[in-house]
Design a protein around this ligand. Structure first.
Ligand code: NDP
Ligand code: MG
Length: 386
């Protein structure tokens, strides 16, 4: 399989290349990208004999060229370079750039009509129907990498949409699952970055702590699976062993279980409809002893409620939600916003966007990018006023 990895130096990108390195006969690496980690990108490109390496930060092009000199690997940079990497003919593109920055490259990958292994959930949240329409037109094959959606995809395989009653995503509850309102007010970035079960990039780790991640995932699930909004739900499951449960109208519930290691859902997306070996810990239920579940608390974690509201509102409300959340997470990590302020900022931005007529149906990627930019401006205005 000819494979390109967008976001090759990130948590998902590195897990993907770890699997590739264990199955050298299965994969041929076409293009790899990163944003700022030039040396890591060049290393990976050499190790996996990529044809093209692209660094998002144009100021790093000279350094990338020099790191790759004599290897025969082409180097490029900037936003156009990322699109070039995504457009390079491949059988599968792993879309693992973080945030709305992944929109243009992921769209470019979809345009070539290959398999898209989608980790970049923000693309589906922001661009929703615009993205799924492109996938349908181009004949691309969209396979989820997000663990809950990979689980749903497996539990739904071959199902008649009319037979589905509910899709329930599980949430770990993050590091603050048992924290009080008072404790949440003082939560620091260092505390929020310590996820109990998963090792992930900074942005999604903060999203897990606010539970915005689960909100984004409900929107992602809405676009991936043939169900109405009310058929989507989530439950807190602190052990992160059960990733999703699909209930059918006959009372059957099919769940997917696996130890929390992203190499499993990545392997599913790369090998589907086959399976490939992944070097993950094997599930030992007797040793685990018990799996527990509890209802999410939208009072302490209002981001979940705000995201559900955006999903119900439809049009570009999820794009505003995503953009404002990226601004909020960045401000929190920079020590400029208290932890509960992230959800407050997102909610205020959606209300403000509604008043200013920013929330409207979108027809194309440029519409989405314009809404994303307007929502960021709005969120920064609110942030400055706090
Ligand atoms: P990381 O922060 O670990 O990695 C992000 C990758 O994207 C890096 O290669 C980074 O390059 C690159 N990147 C960052 N900013 C830009 C930009 N502006 N333009 C182009 N490339 C950029 O993120 P994760 O791997 O954790 O997450 C990637 C995606 O997968 C996210 O959408 C996340 O929600 C999703 N996901 C992640 C999971 C996980 O377990 N990590 C689980 C489920 C979904 P550089 O290293 O040079 O900065
Ligand atoms: Mg997930």
């Amino acid at each position: 399989m000819r494979l390109s990895v967008l976001g090759a130096t990130g948590s998902i990108g590195k897990s993907t290349l770890d699997l590739v390195g264990r199955h050298p006969d299965r994969f041929e690496i076409v293009a790899l990208t990163a944003q700022t980690q030039t040396a890591e990108l060049a290393d990976a490109a050499v190790r996996h004999r990529a044809k093209l390496a692209v660094i998002g930060d144009e100021g790093e092009l000279a350094a990338l060229r020099s790191a790759l000199s004599g290897t025969g690997i082409r180097a490029a940079a900037g936003a156009d370079g990322l699109v070039e990497a995504a457009s390079e003919p491949a059988d599968c593109v792993m879309a693992a750039i973080v945030g709305a920055a992944g929109l243009r490259p992921t769209f470019a990958a979809a345009r070539q009509g290959c398999r898209i292994a989608l980790a970049n959930k923000e693309c589906l949240v922001s661009a929703g129907n615009v993205f799924t329409s492109l996938v349908a037109e181009s004949g691309a094959e969209l396979l989820p990498v997000d663990s809950e959606h990979s689980a749903a995809f497996q539990a739904l395989a071959g199902a008649d949409p009319k037979a589905i009653e509910k899709i329930v995503l599980t949430a770990s509850g993050g590091p603050f699952r048992t924290w009080s309102h008072e404790q949440l007010r003082d939560a620091t970035p260092a505390q929020a970055l310590k996820h109990p079960n998963w090792s992930m990039g900074a942005k999604i780790t903060i999203d897990s702590a606010t539970m915005m991640n689960k909100g984004l995932e409900l929107i992602e699930a809405y676009h991936l699976f043939p169900v109405e909004v009310d058929a989507l739900d989530c439950v807190v499951h602190p052990q992160s062993i059960v990733h999703c449960l699909v209930s059918y109208r006959d009372g059957s519930v099919i769940a997917q279980l696996a130890p929390p290691d992203m190499r499993t859902p990545i392997a599913v997306a790369l090998a589907w409809p086959g399976r490939m070996e992944a070097p993950t810990e094997k599930l030992d239920l007797a040793r685990l002893g018990s799996l527990t579940f509890e209802a999410p608390d939208e009072d302490r974690f209002p981001a979940l409620r705000v995201a559900k509201g955006a999903l119900k509102r439809g049009a570009t409300a999820p794009a505003v939600l995503n953009a404002a959340n990226e601004v909020g997470v960045e401000a929190f990590l920079a020590g400029k916003l208290a932890f509960p302020g992230i959800a407050t900022l997102v909610e205020a931005s959606i209300e403000g966007a509604e008043k200013r007529g920013i929330i409207e149906p979108a027809a194309c990627l440029d519409d989405i990018l314009a809404v994303d930019a307007a929502a960021r401006r709005l969120a920064r205005e609110y942030l400055a006023a706090y």
